[in-house]
Ligand binder design. Structure first.
Ligand SMILES: CC(C)(COP(=O)(O)OP(=O)(O)OC[C@H]1O[C@@H](n2cnc3c(N)ncnc32)[C@H](O)[C@@H]1OP(=O)(O)O)[C@@H](O)C(=O)NCCC(=O)NCCS
Length: 209
């Protein structure tokens, strides 16, 4: 299947998703990859990794960019040469990118019951204790996604998901919440949006000025 969704979720922001059903070979057709990308592709151990990587390049193309417009800093964070902000995520059969004028982070997660086992390691007690909530797993997955997405914006050494990133409680029907990062002397606020697509949860957020 080609592109699953391409929307301007806000006037200054494009969100694109790919449902990966093709082989790596099919995905690479018509793509012009930089030498760096070709080297990276060659070093991936699994076909799943290659498909995720290539589907992201297809999404870039859909958004009007080529592989050579994308570069990475030494921490692995992606950047676009025109100065727009980009964040990337892949999970099993889906990949997603967000491109915005604002500082943004994105995470895509497959919802799994086993997230409950590690909830106490990353989530606030109010989330962990709410086990009777029918949306327990859904909310934990959003909570995790928020923290991954914040981390993708501010990937400073020593940030703890549990101690430094706080997600305001929400209902799934809200489709949005807020989050705060408090780390050393830094305090940053984020506007968070989330949705569920099949068995996946997508979270994207923007750092407030
Ligand atoms: C970097 C990290 C956020 C990536 O998340 P992930 O769920 O493994 O993978 P995703 O598919 O969602 O994201 C991968 C993409 O993130 C981006 N990325 C990688 N490192 C990054 C960084 N340091 N900063 C921002 N973005 C980064 C890349 O674009 C990468 O995809 P690409 O290399 O194909 O372009 C994750 O590996 C990580 O380090 N998380 C923090 C772990 C942690 O603190 N856990 C505490 C648990 S209690």
């Amino acid at each position: 299947m080609p592109i699953y969704k391409a929307t301007n979720c806000f006037p200054d922001t494009a969100l694109l998703l790919w449902n990966i059903t093709e082989t790596a070979e099919a995905l690479s057709e018509g793509l012009h990859l930089t030498q760096r990308s070709l080297d990276r592709l060659r070093n991936f151990k699994s076909e799943a990794h290659r498909r995720g990587f290539l589907s992201v390049r297809r999404l870039l193309l859909t958004a009007g960019y080529s592989d050579s417009d994308l570069y990475y800093d030494p921490f692995g964070k992606p950047h676009l040469s025109d100065g727009k902000h980009i964040s990337i995520s892949h999970s099993h059969n889906f990949s997603a990118i967000i491109i915005s004028d604002r500082i943004t982070g994105l995470d895509l997660e497959l919802r799994r019951e086993k997230i409950a086992v590690i909830a106490h390691k990353f989530a606030e007690p109010s989330f962990v204790l709410d086990q009777d909530d029918p949306d327990y797993i859904n909310k934990l997955t959003v909570n995790w996604g928020v923290k991954e997405a914040v981390f993708k914006i501010r990937n400073e050494r020593g940030i703890s998901f549990k101690d430094h990133i706080e997600v305001k409680s929400f209902e799934m029907s809200d489709k949005q919440t807020t989050a705060t990062l408090r780390f050393n002397n830094l305090e940053r606020h984020f506007d968070v949006y989330f949705e569920e697509i099949e068995q996946y949860t997508i979270v994207y957020l923007f750092e407030r000025h």
